[in-house]
Design a protein around this ligand. Structure first.
Ligand code: GLA
Length: 667
């Protein structure tokens, strides 16, 4: 992956100077310098200003902004400005507006009101990219290009006639002929057989459940259409600019419909936006998961946190503000997990518009505030961490993640609505977090060779090649743990016959003949003392050793947890939804059996992660508790310059980044 120019960790945010009078711009630059900002994203939502009428461009204000930033020593991640079309586009071309499944038109007035398959949008947007890139390719402030913004955030699924035609084109490419499509979609069911491509539509609102493979293919198509915009813009940039190109992904458990794994090769560096779920008191665990996943998408390379918030957002039901110190902990947790840049949405809080209550680096109350002071503190912290840039994160555990499995498992008409893709992923990741163990979140087709332990939560849809690779990994001495409702279907969402969990039956040495989902709130107990809910199944051990069985519920005496020795490794199956203490015990056992070590032996509530390069290691320790803690480490804390000889004392809420002494270093 290509890197950006300059040294050290990037620090800054979205800068929207067009919302402010020009006299504010010089104050902005003074404040940015005070805070240590070194990169801002400019022009993201400025299409309507840059091209006020079709083909008429006005760049004067952007020229002045970029020159001022350059003079102030602030580098620019310049947007292609295509994120949201100007109102004239819909007026001249109403056919560019997206439609919901029920036909509702999504009108301009918000943002992203365009059909992702619209050739008119594509043409106009690329013309803008050509104009912007042509003008600023050589501008000395510009070090990076920012394609669009959160592609598909609001318009990922469009069901209009233009999209329908594009969907048919995509299906022709995939299947070649209608016989193949009919077979893949299982259209002998419910009289759905297609005799002509023109009969096929996106899964628009129907009297009852739409064909599941049609739904799955539409999800694939929709992600591909968004990626096509990225590719098209990047294609134009490639002919005009030399700086690296990125676009901000939205990796996290809240954004389901964009298969970023397939997009990763279309950017020079992976960027992500992440916002805490305010309602979750453990939101920093969600942050860790998103960061580990972003690193996985980046193939383990450093990545860029393109947006997060200094405090509250404006778009959740109750927008909880960050307490003092939280901004710092959140930011440095991203760095711990592989980010080489920390940026915010946005620099200065807006006066008007739907995001005026969203926090920013400079709040409405100005710089004499907790937020701006913490921003300045963070700038100083990141300067002190410059040497960490380019290093990688240590992880001996992999969690398998596939967007297609997510899409498949949450289709309608399934055994239980309580089987949600993020559920076991989150539960296992949190158990590892609590154990101080870092996991890479990677696609099932990734190389598993370097991992001691692989977890496969709810891998409902899985490809034969990935099953074979997992088998080989276990044969060779690896350990895998698979959770319920995995291996159920192939890529067409057709059941793998012969007993569940189809694809993994042989590897796991089990065979399930029937699912027994539980009623809402119903719990079952296991003979090892665990409690579980949501899911049970009539499972037979078929070579596997039974580790725990149900003592009550619909299946007393039936195995719930098994382990199968395969070659030099072991394959565990978790046939029910264990509660948190039981999940912690399971993970502790897996970690113990596979020799996985925590980054440091840390007290509960303290996040520990290690980054390393060829000859140095850095231990990040983030104290999320209200109490001072101690943990064993020897080295120098880059944030304070203090030495720790064997033990680090970390005050409540504080962070340390210790460059660890190498054996033989003088103490
Ligand atoms: C996203 C967008 C930004 C802004 C923030 C608000 O990340 O990219 O433009 O809307 O959300 O949280």
């Amino acid at each position: 992956m290509r890197q950006w120019q300059g040294d050290g960790i990037l620090f800054g945010g979205d800068y929207n100077p067009e919302q402010w009078p020009e006299q504010t711009w010089s104050e902005d630059i003074d404040l940015m310098r005070r805070a240590g900002v070194n990169l801002v994203s400019v022009g993201i939502f400025s299409w309507a200003l840059l091209e006020p009428a079709p083909g008429r461009f006005e760049f004067g204000w952007l020229d002045r902004v970029l020159d001022l930033l350059h003079a102030g020593g602030i580098r620019v991640d310049l947007a292609t400005a295509t994120a949201s079309p100007p109102p004239w586009l819909a007026r001249l071309h109403p056919e560019t507006l997206p439609r919901r499944a029920d036909g509702t038109i999504l009108w301009p007035g918000g943002r992203q009101a365009y059909c992702p398959s619209s050739p008119v949008f594509r043409e106009r947007s690329l013309e803008l990219v050509r104009a912007v890139a042509g003008r600023y390719a050589e501008h000395p402030a510009v070090v990076m290009w920012h394609v669009s913004n959160e592609l598909g955030c609001h318009n990922v699924h469009c069901y209009c006639d233009v999209s329908a035609e594009a969907f048919r084109g995509w299906l022709r490419e995939r299947y070649g002929d209608l016989d193949r499509l009919n077979a893949a979609w299982g259209t002998t069911f419910w009289s759905q057989r297609y005799g002509d491509w023109a009969e096929i539509n996106p899964p628009r609102t129907a009297p009852t459940f739409a064909n599941p493979t049609q739904q799955l293919d539409f999800l694939r198509f929709s992600s591909d259409e968004q990626r096509a915009q990225l590719r098209a813009e990047r294609g134009v940039l490639a002919t005009l600019v030399r700086q690296p190109v990125t676009t901000n992904f939205m990796i996290g458990t809240g954004v389901k419909h964009l298969d970023y794994r397939s997009w990763a090769d279309d950017v020079d560096l992976v960027s992500n936006d992440h916002y805490l779920t305010a309602a979750d008191p453990q939101a920093h665990l969600g942050l860790a998961l998103a960061a580990d996943h972003t690193r996985g998408v980046a193939g383990g390379d450093p990545w860029l946190l393109m947006e997060h918030s200094t405090s509250a957002v404006n778009w959740q039901p109750r927008n909880v503000a960050k307490l003092p110190g939280q901004l710092r902990r959140n930011s440095l947790a991203h760095v711990a997990r592989g980010a080489d840049g920390v940026l915010f949405f946005q620099w200065r809080a807006s006066r008007a518009g739907a995001e005026k209550f969203h926090s920013a680096m400079v709040p409405h109350s100005g710089p004499d505030t907790k937020i701006f002071r913490e921003v300045c503190q963070l700038g100083a912290d990141l300067r002190a961490l410059a040497e960490v840039r380019g290093s990688r994160v240590d992880a001996d555990v992999a969690i398998l993640f596939d967007w297609e499995a997510w899409w498949g498992v949450e289709l309608d008409s399934h055994p239980s609505i309580d089987v949600q893709y993020a559920d076991r992923l989150t539960a296992l990741h949190r158990a590892l977090w609590r154990a101080g163990v870092t996991a890479d979140i990677i696609h099932p087709s990734a190389d598993l060779g370097g991992y001691r332990l692989v977890l496969a939560p709810t891998l409902y849809l899985v490809r034969d090649a990935d099953v074979a690779a997992l088998h080989q990994y276990v044969e060779g001495g690896g350990t895998v743990a698979v959770t319920y409702f995995s291996g159920i279907v192939d890529e067409n969402d057709h059941i793998r016959l012969g007993g569940y969990p189809g694809a993994f039956r042989e590897l796991l040495g089990v065979r399930t003949e029937e699912f027994f989902p539980l009623r809402e709130g119903e719990q079952v107990r296991l003979d090892d003392g665990s409690t579980a809910d949501v899911w049970t199944e009539w499972l037979h051990a078929d070579g596997a050793e039974v580790l725990a069985s149900y003592t009550d519920g619909p299946l007393p005496g039936v195995p719930a947890l098994t382990r199968h020795r395969v070659g030099d490794g072991a394959a565990w199956y978790v046939g029910t939804r264990l509660d948190e203490p039981a999940t912690d015990r399971l993970v502790a056992r897996l970690v113990d059996e596979t020799g996985v070590r925590p980054a440091a032996s840390a007290p509960s509530g303290v996040e520990v992660v290690r980054r390393r390069d060829d000859d140095r290691t850095w231990l990040f320790a983030i104290n999320h508790t209200d109490a001072e803690v101690r943990l064993p480490v020897t080295g120098t804390d880059l944030l304070t310059g203090a030495r720790c000889a064997g033990e680090l004392t970390l005050p409540a809420g504080d962070v340390a980044v210790v460059r660890e002494d190498r054996t033989g270093d003088p103490t």
